[in-house]
Design a protein. Structure first.
Length: 319
């Protein structure tokens, strides 16, 4: 039985040596970065020519990003499998999942509108806007704002009330390098408002820089937690106006997460194996002695596991 247990312990140690272990550490983010990237792919139930997209950060620096993103008119729809008016559960993906899905990519080029109209037909209403692309911004707390022209910021034209509808579908929303296959909390979610068209949607995100490492592979990305609120023209919100639109507010946590796959060196593995096997043998020998001593004390010397007399041998007086 002792030998079987020793073989089991050896098998376990070999498995831990070749398989490694996941080391997850939290530390203060000491890396200084001037900019970072916002990646987005979403549908808004409004024509593109009535939308205005800005980024305004904590330093009151405002950046018009409408021209940096691709905006294309499309028939608004909700893709199959999208969570409507609900939030996804936030879960940290494991190391193998991230490395399997961390495939860098770029957004496609803007399609020719005539080709899109020819493929869908002339009777289709292009009542939505497809917004996608990546935008570099200052790495300070800020807000990405999607509003109607003339609402919130002054413009040469003002979107009519009858055309305003900020029902939307978020296919992709992430921070940092664009990895489209990594699932994020806002991916494949939608907010649809039928009763009140002048609705505003606020997503409050908290970004945590995260690094994944395994077998030489290195993925530097950002996780984020999100909370969301909705408001209409009659509601009041602290620190903001009630302008209808879609607002992504972001801030950075002072901590970063490092998730690495580690393996013991061969010397450490041998030392651990010898120490573990020696401990098992030592415990087994003392267990044997204690059981033997108990049998002798309770049932007599003839029940000893070590000194049982041989029935075939005879003493001098028995000959």
């Amino acid at each position: 039985m002792t030998y079987l247990f020793l073989l089991f312990m050896c098998w376990t140690e070999f498995g831990s040596y070749f398989g490694g272990y996941v080391d997850q550490q939290y530390k203060v983010d000491g890396e200084v970065r001037e900019t970072f990237q916002i990646n987005m792919d979403m549908y808004v139930n409004m024509p593109c020519n009535l939308l205005h997209i800005n980024v305004r950060d904590k330093t009151m620096d405002r950046k018009v990003v409408s021209k940096e993103l691709s905006m294309q008119n499309m028939p608004f729809f909700v893709p199959y499998g999208t969570m409507v008016n609900d939030m996804k559960k936030i879960a940290t993906p494991d190391l193998d999942e991230i490395l399997g899905e961390a495939i860098p990519a770029q957004f496609r080029e803007r399609m020719d509108p005539s080709v899109l109209e020819a493929s869908l037909g002339s009777d289709v209403t292009f009542d939505g806007c497809h917004i996608y692309g990546s935008v570099p911004v200052n790495r300070v707390a800020g807000e990405l704002q999607i509003t109607a022209k003339g609402w919130g910021y002054q413009d040469f034209e003002k979107a009519p009330v009858s055309e305003i509808n900020f029902s939307h579908v978020i296919n992709e929303f992430s921070y940092g390098d664009f990895f489209p296959y990594i699932d994020n909390p806002l991916d494949n979610t939608a907010k649809i408002s039928i009763v009140d068209r002048l609705m505003g949607y606020l997503y409050d995100t908290s970004i945590v820089p995260t690094v994944y490492e395994k077998l030489g592979a290195y993925v530097d990305t950002n996780q984020y937690a999100v909370s969301e609120r909705q408001f209409d023209q009659k509601s009041t919100k602290r620190g903001s106006t009630t302008v209808p639109g879609i607002f992504f507010r972001y801030d950075f946590e002072p901590l970063s997460i490092s998730i690495k796959d580690r393996r013991l060196s061969f010397i450490q593995f041998i030392i651990r194996l010898v120490a573990l096997l020696s401990f098992v043998v030592y415990i087994a020998s003392w267990t044997f002695r204690m059981v033997d001593l108990t049998l002798i004390t309770v049932m007599g010397p003839k029940w000893s596991l070590r000194y049982q007399p041989n029935s075939d041998s005879k003493g001098l007086l028995e000959r």
